[in-house]
Design a protein around this ligand. Structure first.
Ligand code: SF4
Length: 139
């Protein structure tokens, strides 16, 4: 990754924590793995939080001319930004972005507001862990 600031859509800070190798195509999975590994190994890297197609979307089959055709994700970034009390194009370190989403999304309602219509909830470790935590089945 050679960019000084990475464009990442806000809801992808949830997806990246839940990612375990599932996705829309082999190319998408390989590309997302590369980005997730890079960010995990470079937590101090600068992120531009956005609400439109980003680095991860760049090889996605749902990306049609930089617009996501997947209607279920339409509002997810705006809801995340609103719950974080941030405006789009906020510059933040990856580490702070991960910490912020985990701190600010405090209830199962917060999580369901964002991820309720997502098709990946059964495969997303972040969603499954949050569900277990908020249901009181984990410490
Ligand atoms: S489904 Fe939409 S938001 Fe998700 S990676 Fe693909 S283009 Fe991006």
């Amino acid at each position: 990754m050679d960019k000084e600031i990475l464009n990442i859509r806000a809801h992808h800070f949830l997806c990246m924590q839940g990612f375990q190798g599932y996705g829309y195509s082999d190319d998408f999975v390989a590309h997302m793995s590369k980005i997730v590994n890079y960010i995990r190994e470079n937590l101090d890297c600068k992120i531009n939080l956005i609400n439109s197609c980003d680095e991860i979307c760049s090889v996605c089959t749902n990306n049609k001319n930089q617009q996501c055709s997947n209607k279920e994700v339409d509002n997810m970034d705006d809801i995340v930004l609103s719950k974080l009390e941030l405006k789009k194009q906020y510059i933040i370190s990856a580490e702070d972005a991960f910490n912020l989403v985990n701190k600010k999304l405090k209830t199962i309602e917060d999580v369901k507001d964002i991820c309720g219509d997502c098709r990946w909830t059964e495969k997303c470790l972040w969603y499954l862990n949050r569900e277990r935590i908020f249901n009181g089945t984990v410490d």
